[in-house]
Design a protein around this ligand. Sequence first.
Ligand code: PSU
Ligand code: MN
Length: 310
Amino acid sequence: MNRTYLDVNPEVNTALAAGKPVVALESTIISHGMPYPQNVETALHVEQLVRDNGAVPATIAILGGRLKAGLTPEEIAYLGQTGQAVTKASRRDLPVLVAKGMDGATTVTTTMMIAHMAGISIFATGGIGGVHRGAETSMDISADLEELANTPVMVVCAGAKSILDLGRTLEYLETHGVPVLGYQTKELPAFYTRQSGFELDYRIDSPAELAKVFQVQRDLGLKGGILVANPIPEQYAMDFHVINQAIDEAIAQSVKDGIHGKATTPYLLAKVKELTGGDSLASNIQLVYHNAKLAAQTACELCKLKEEKT
Ligand code: PSU
Ligand code: MN
């Protein structure tokens, strides 16, 4: 792995060198996923929760053309304040941003890539990108799915929003050999809700078991990552019909406004928030916290497994 363009911050570097647990966190959720100032508050609190659960947080971004694993609070605040003016960086953007010395907020795709370069195995976020509704004509399929197929990082999320075609998203992951593990559930959660109507094949009940599956995937020499679907806690979940109505309306508006390409996901996220009067933001924040805790616990278990081996 060529680390020429990579900066791992000192705390993360020390933890990795000592075989201590580290959790990667993405930055598009900060710049494009939530409004200021809640985005910065949430990102800082997520880092604290990772620490409280025994791991070191590494928020990932591209700053001045450097791939950063581990940001300072000032760098997090900068991304939050700059918001959508920061380039949303997917795999295809990476070489251009580095060559030009630009900034980029990392999506699930580029966070996985940089985490892997740095040697980080577990990553917590809110929701992943997937196959968009209408993809049979638009061909809009998030690069996140391709990255899960190729890069050995476990992504802990709350499922995917029904702004996506969840059935086709699962089909795509199946075709590409990505294990999708329900955490204490056998139903794919749909981000704001615990239900989606789509059944999963595997229910996993503890962080130790999650770590074991990841370790076996490595031992078998399989490429690609693992998707963990951790449902939003019941008390923060939204009403199924309220949220789905808002999503349908947001999609109809995006079609009218001619939104396409990388602008689609941020547009839909903002529209849904507007239509639900901010309720969706509160849920969004809570599910990210919930995922950060599970990721940190799993990272601790993975370190224990590695210690046992040596
Ligand atoms: N889904 C969410 N919140 C998000 C994203 C997706 O519920 O913030 C962000 C993530 O960074 C994800 C990216 O990787 O959007 C996917 O964008 P696209 O659909 O353009 O691949
Ligand atoms: Mn897309």
